[in-house]
Design a protein around this ligand. Structure first.
Ligand code: GLN
Length: 202
């Protein structure tokens, strides 16, 4: 059974923990550098990316985590977690940094004020049966992927409405990210996909 560390500084840590456990992983909270040694993969939850970034520095976890991601540690980020995994961030606060690891440019709070929060159904590449049984995607002040590098696989784009065509789920090697929050719907398919990615690395 793979052990997955959920970055437990701020955000929806409990929801990811519950989803990963239900998807068959052993889950440990991740706050300290030494805890990184015991995990086969990490989840970066949604929350507030600037706050999480600050706390990563306070807990002296920023550089170790950046290095681990650089060496290929599998990771899954949702919403603020996607921002933290992005190599490039647009619309951030002055001086906002990211851990990087995913060759994408994200735009923070991209969907605009009128549509701060919304839900839509998505077909997600690699999610079993998502054509017949789409993934219900919950967006909360979400980023979108504005550009992605050649090695990045687009897993899902918004199908309809003003944001149609916007990329909202990606994968590069063993790193996945979603603009939305699969941890809040009870649909475990994306968490299972990540647990499988981690397990396949053996
Ligand atoms: N808007 C938040 C940020 O920029 C992300 C929101 C979320 O994670 N639900 O960090």
């Amino acid at each position: 059974i793979p052990t997955i560390g959920v970055l437990a500084l701020q955000g929806d840590v409990r929801e990811h923990t519950a989803a990963l456990e239900a998807a068959g992983a052993r889950v440990v909270p991740l706050r300290r550098e030494r805890e990184l040694r015991d995990v086969d993969g990490v989840v970066l939850p949604g929350g507030e990316s600037t706050t999480i970034e600050k706390l990563l520095h306070v807990f002296e976890l920023f550089e170790p985590l950046r290095a681990a991601l650089g060496s290929g540690l599998p990771a899954f980020g949702s919403c603020a977690g996607m921002i933290l995994l992005a190599d490039r961030v647009l619309g951030g606060v002055e001086g906002q940094g990211s851990l990087g690891g995913l060759d994408i440019t994200v735009r923070r709070n991209a969907f605009g004020r009128q549509v701060d929060s919304f839900e839509t159904d998505l077909v997600v590449e690699g999610v079993p049966d998502s054509v017949e049984d789409p993934v219900r995607a919950v967006f909360i002040r979400a980023p979108w992927v504005e550009e992605s590098g050649a090695g990045v696989q687009v897993l899902a784009s918004v199908g309809e409405g003003p944001a149609a065509g916007r990329i909202v789920a990606v994968r590069e090697r063993d790193v996945m990210a979603t603009s939305f929050h699969p941890e809040v719907t009870g649909d475990l398919r994306l968490h299972r996909m990540f647990v499988q990615i981690v397990a396949d690395r053996g």
